[in-house]
Design a protein around this ligand. Structure first.
Ligand SMILES: *Cc1c(COP(=O)(O)O)cnc(C)c1O
Length: 224
């Protein structure tokens, strides 16, 4: 199997024109596929599993920006802390603290986003609006001890449905939430600006509703 080059070129052209970042989701795909995209100039890749990410990071060029987009367990943060570019799916204060601790150990700052639960499905991870507020209150109260992380925005996944209206409404809601959280907690921090939403099936809608970062796997790498 090889990557969908033409598809990639069309997508990257469209996204660049709109100022949207493309994270190419390479989970379960071999390093040779990643290299193919790398040679086309791509640098942002997304992975869901810690061990798989560690192996790929060790084998592939050092200037790749690795995005961890899966559910991250606190006890595994230490394995990716030395190199990870952005952690998309933080969903607890404890995890935030652990990332900060491991970032400090590695003498760096790690960028993270908070995952918000927007879909009407039981299987999705993330914080509801109340939990998000509680986490941000806790973060704000402990801000002096959180110097090694930066919260850069919100991430979410829409319901897996063909109903465009449902998806659009969910994305629009997350966009509004980002704006409210920004004015309430991050007004003086310009780096809080990223809205990570949209995958292969719904990225066009996500961009129309204000996404600044999409995570696309199967459209570029083929079915998993
Ligand atoms: C797998 C995955 C994607 C990419 O999904 P595709 O439908 O293949 O584009 C995006 N975001 C997350 C969190 C994922 O786990």
């Amino acid at each position: 199997m090889s990557i969908q080059k033409e598809q990639y070129k069309n997508i990257i052209k469209e996204l660049s024109a709109k100022g949207v970042t493309l994270v190419a989701v390479s989970k379960k795909k071999p390093a040779v596929d990643i290299m193919e995209l790398y040679r086309l100039g791509h640098r942002d890749f997304g992975e869901n599993y810690v061990q798989e990410l560690e192996e790929k990071q060790a084998a592939l060029p050092a200037d790749i920006r690795w995005h961890f987009i899966g559910h991250l367990q606190s006890n595994k943060v230490k394995y990716i802390a030395p190199f990870v570019h952005l952690i998309h799916a933080v969903d607890s204060f404890g995890l935030l603290q652990e990332i900060n601790k491991q970032a400090h150990k590695n003498n760096r700052t790690i960028d993270v986003m908070l995952q918000v639960y927007i879909a009407k499905e039981e299987t999705k991870f993330g914080l509801d609006e109340q939990e998000l507020t509680t986490l941000l209150e806790e973060y704000t109260a402990n801000i002096q001890s959180m110097a090694n992380i930066r919260i850069c925005g919100l991430m979410g996944m829409a319901t897996n449905t063909n109903d465009e209206q449902v998806i659009r409404k969910e994305f629009a809601w997350l966009h509004q939430l980002l704006l409210r959280i920004k004015s309430q907690y991050f007004a003086d921090r310009p780096y809080f600006e990223t809205l990570s939403m949209g995958m292969s099936a719904d990225y066009e809608l996500a961009i129309e509703e204000g996404s600044t970062m999409v995570r696309i796997g199967s459209l570029i790498f083929g079915a998993r």
